[in-house]
Design a protein around this ligand. Structure first.
Ligand SMILES: [Zn+2]
Length: 311
């Protein structure tokens, strides 16, 4: 009964999972499903390509993150950084469909809405800390290109004044002398194969993920607002049985000199039904408004403030 526009993996997924539902344990204690770890997952595999300049850094000196990995020095984009952008994009979607949605990271995590059930949360109540683990795991992505190819040749000079850091720079006066450092930006066109995993997944999760991805890519993953790091994503496969490794991604997604990407070697590692087309993905993404409407009570939970009366 599969139409060519239907993703095969959808057959295995329920439309929605209400993780707020409680299970009764042997001890007769109640436990919300969101606290139960499951090993069911879907993995989304593809690559992201930078559309503008970026800096991916977790260092104090703002240098790009790089590491020697699978034969060259590569730039990397941490899964944590990616997931942070994903969460904000997802929050924006939920707010778009209900302007009274009031769960917000990091200041006000409600622990009772779809976003908290998907991206996790922590709440500390006197001696009783509650933590929801993220169901969405973004695995750190490494560049196809080496750092030499990925970084611009021109150095950008910056200086920074350490106001929190006093040191005598000279015998008399001259404190807080600016330190000067060089910055190299990552070029547009740099390719980052990626794997994102959603545990305990539903059709709604996938529809939400696809819409979230569009927005996150447009928001950018760079660390400064002036350096957006916007990207475009190509999804190659969706599978519930991940058998590929980072090494496969970095050796079988190939970039030629003209900048074209091919990945035949990688698709051979997937079953036919796991390879996805843009049309199939678009078909499920387009169901999002209908799904949000159908499950709005479960999605928003108690994270809705009373509508303020407008004069
Ligand atoms: Zn929440």
């Amino acid at each position: 009964m599969n139409s060519p526009n239907e993703l095969q993996i959808l057959n295995t997924l329920p439309e929605f999972k209400n993780l707020r539902e409680e299970l009764t344990l042997v001890s007769e204690k109640k436990l919300r499903k969101v606290y139960v770890q499951k090993n069911d997952y879907i993995a989304i595999i593809g690559y992201k390509r930078l559309k503008d300049f970026a800096r991916f850094t977790s260092h104090e000196d703002l240098s790009n993150d790089k590491i020697d990995y699978v034969g060259k020095t590569r730039i990397y984009l941490t899964g944590l950084k990616r997931r942070g952008v994903y969460r904000r994009a997802s929050e924006a979607i939920l707010r778009q469909y209900n302007e009274n949605y009031n769960c917000a990271t990091p200041d006000h995590q409600c622990m009772d809405c779809y976003n908290c059930f998907t991206y996790g949360g922590v709440i500390a109540v006197k001696g009783e800390t509650e933590a929801i683990k993220s169901r969405l795991k973004a695995i750190t992505a490494f560049s196809i290109q080496s750092d030499d190819e990925a970084l611009i040749d021109e150095e950008e000079f910056h200086n920074i004044v350490h106001t929190d850091f006093r040191m005598e720079q000279a015998e008399q006066g001259q404190q807080k002398k600016p330190s000067i450092y060089n910055l190299l930006l990552i070029k547009p066109g740099v390719v980052f194969p990626f794997i994102d995993i959603i545990f305990n997944p539903s059709k709604f999760d996938l529809a939400m993920y696809l819409e979230m991805l569009r927005r996150a890519d447009a928001m950018g993953y760079g660390s400064r607002s002036s350096l957006l790091g916007t990207m475009e994503t190509k999804i190659i496969a969706v599978t519930d049985n991940l058998t590929i490794s980072h090494k496969d991604l970095l050796t079988k997604i190939v970039l030629n000199e003209a900048g074209d990407i091919s990945y035949e070697g990688l698709t051979q590692q997937f079953a036919q039904g796991e390879i996805v087309t843009d049309n199939q993905l678009e078909a499920i993404r387009k169901r999002l408004p209908e799904l949000i409407d159908a499950y709005k009570t479960e999605i928003y939970g108690s994270a809705i403030s009373n509508p303020t009366t407008k004069s």
